[in-house]
Ligand binder design. Structure first.
Ligand code: NAI
Length: 255
């Protein structure tokens, strides 16, 4: 367990979807690097396990629920003297329209259920919006935000069109918020990886020859994005061996 301190030189991270996959790999990587992590996830068992392994402070939080964010905001404010101000925000939690054990046909538009749609939009879109709404007033100049979008946020993804829609939404939000947050000295980026071997991947997509990156293949990239001087950009990461690169919005003339 890390020692709470008021030192300004130790980063305070907030990571959503921290209990599994990319979020868990990030929590391991940044705690090993000496940073403090507030790990948010809906899954209490995996979250507490992660906390025991890494020293992160786990908060059970349904990021699609504004009241859960309000409760977390109260925790941040009440403990500001010992925690300090959050400096690195990784809005990462996400789900696909169907559970991983569902047949691929359940991911298609015509198979949509209202419950599945609301859940996915709640996590992938509302979770980012409510997270930003809660955290932005509590950040200072120098803070950095990375949203885990997806390649499906910048290219078509016919496997799960509604998932692609949700990820395009957050890419649009990040690109559009960039200039406004820059005036406060805060950066924001969308990280858009291809397939990564996590619990999110539909079982039927795990074909014999399918190639996925591992979560630890992208942690350095996400940590690096927190120090990027540009802002409001979408970064693709298509394979373990190719570095991330900016996919610019049409009309984006910044260097
Ligand atoms: P994962 O399923 O391993 O982890 C997602 C985590 O989010 C889980 O711990 C889950 O409990 C948590 N979560 C789900 N609903 C939540 C809620 N309402 N509130 C709080 N936490 C919640 O999946 P993975 O792959 O690590 O996903 C992380 C992000 O990466 C997601 O946004 C996903 O869309 C994105 N992504 C994943 C790719 C992949 O191929 N695995 C590729 C591109 C993007």
């Amino acid at each position: 367990m890390f020692c709470m301190s008021t030192q300004n030189d130790v980063d305070l991270w907030i990571i959503t979807g921290a209990a599994s996959g990319i979020g868990a790999a990030m929590t391991h990587a940044v705690t090993q690097g000496g940073s403090k992590v507030l790990a948010l996830d809906i899954n209490p068992d995996l979250g507490q396990q992660l906390a025991a392994e890494t020293g992160a402070i786990f908060h059970q939080c349904d990021i699609s629920d504004p009241e859960a964010w309000a409760k977390f905001a109260g925790y941040l404010d009440d403990n500001k003297d010992v925690l300090g101000t959050p400096t690195k925000i990784h809005l990462n939690a996400g789900v696909q329209i169907a559970p991983p054990n569902a047949p691929m046909s359940d991911y298609q538009f015509q198979a949509m259920t209202l419950e599945g749609y609301r859940r996915m939009m709640g996590v992938n879109v509302d979770g980012v919006v409510f997270g930003l709404q809660t955290l932005l007033p509590r950040l200072q100049s120098g803070a950095a935000i990375v949203v885990t979008a997806s390649l499906a946020g910048i290219t078509p993804y016919s496997v799960d069109p509604l998932y692609a829609m949700s990820k395009h939404a957050v890419v649009g939000l990040v690109r559009s918020l960039g200039p406004t947050l820059a005036k406060r000295g805060i950066t924001i980026h969308a990280f858009c990886p291809g397939g990564i071997d996590t619990a999110l991947i539909p079982h039927q997509q795990r074909e014999k020859d399918a190639i996925f990156m591992r979560p630890d293949h992208i942690t350095t990239e996400i940590i690096g994005l927190m120090d990027e001087s540009e802002t409001g950009k979408s970064w693709a990461k298509v394979s373990e061996h190719k570095p991330r690169f900016i996919v610019r919005a049409p009309g984006d003339k910044t260097s």
